[in-house]
Design a protein around this ligand. Sequence first.
Ligand code: 13P
Length: 394
Amino acid sequence: MACASFAKLNAASFYSIGGHKSFTQRPGSSTSLATRTVSLPIRAGSFTDELIQTAKTIASPGRGILAIDESNATCGKRLSSIGLDNTEPNCQAYRQLLLTTPGLGEYISGAILFEETLYQSTTDGKKFVDVLRDQKIVPGIKVDKGLVPLPGSNNESWCQGLDGLASRSAEYYKHGARFAKWRTVVSIPCGPSALAVKEAAWGLARYASISQDNGLVPIVEPEILLDGDHPIERTLEVAEKVWAEVFYYLAENNVIFEGILLKPSMVTPGAEHKQKASPDTIAKYTLTMLKRRVPPAVPGIMFLSGGQSEVEATLNLNAMNQSPNPWHVSFSYARALQNTVLKTWQGRLENVEAAQKALLVRAKANSLAQLGKYSAEDESEEAKRGMFVKGYTY
Ligand code: 13P
């Protein structure tokens, strides 16, 4: 539809899934109730149905996302934790280990890749994208260009990457990506300032709109960092503010809510707060926040782990799935899926199989947590180790 006619309809318009939908005007409006039925088209372009289908596939019962979209610098941090150099072959070997894990598709519905991984192949010459497809895992891609200082703020940051995003997204789609990720951060100890929150929300909304226009389901991720000594109530307050603003701008940018996924932080006390919260308390605060802010049209909430231990992240997810939610509530973990895998692998060929088994253990545990059926009884000490790093950068 042309912009002008869309704008005229805008005040009353809404989206429907898969085509046209009718509604009748309310009594008291200029045209009487009985006489007029208006048929409005949905806003979206040619990808609408596909976006909705992709989001539904990713948000399917008992499955979640494996995030391995570490930039090369962050991949280097992972490797150095087990004494390996940050070289391209080491990064490639690690990513190959993760992506070729047999049986992964039972628990993992999507994998977020770093740009270079989208174009890479296994040492046998099979494209990583095809490895994923064979396991019915949807390939996704990190499209933001990282965080830089935000001038005029309280030492906060903003996320770059909108320039050229449309053409990059079209290219990623051509190479098999079907969803995207943009991570920006909000810091509680730094304020957050109104400027930083607005910038984060606006950037996410522009990115989401551009992604949908190019066939990629946007994962919307305003990470509220764990840093700080504040109580859980303060995190709730900030999260409500941030998500209110994010949805305001998503709507303003005509983003189709049925074709997005969210990647929120769980609502927890700051990492340096004197008291830790139980999984039940974290679940209560997090679900309260989400129910106040997220429309049920959104198909999936895929949490980040943010420095929690593997077991903590799984227990918290499990607690959130003890009763039905309006959306699929699941995981999109990096650190909380990879920690034991790395420690088991140690960069040695002979450990690859054991490391892949370790990944399956974590993926299955989180799959059970998505279904609300996880128990931490047999978990290892390594899996209980926290991974919070103050001022962590991705
Ligand atoms: P973590 O689960 O390590 O917090 O990862 C978050 C993320 O955005 C990776 O895509």
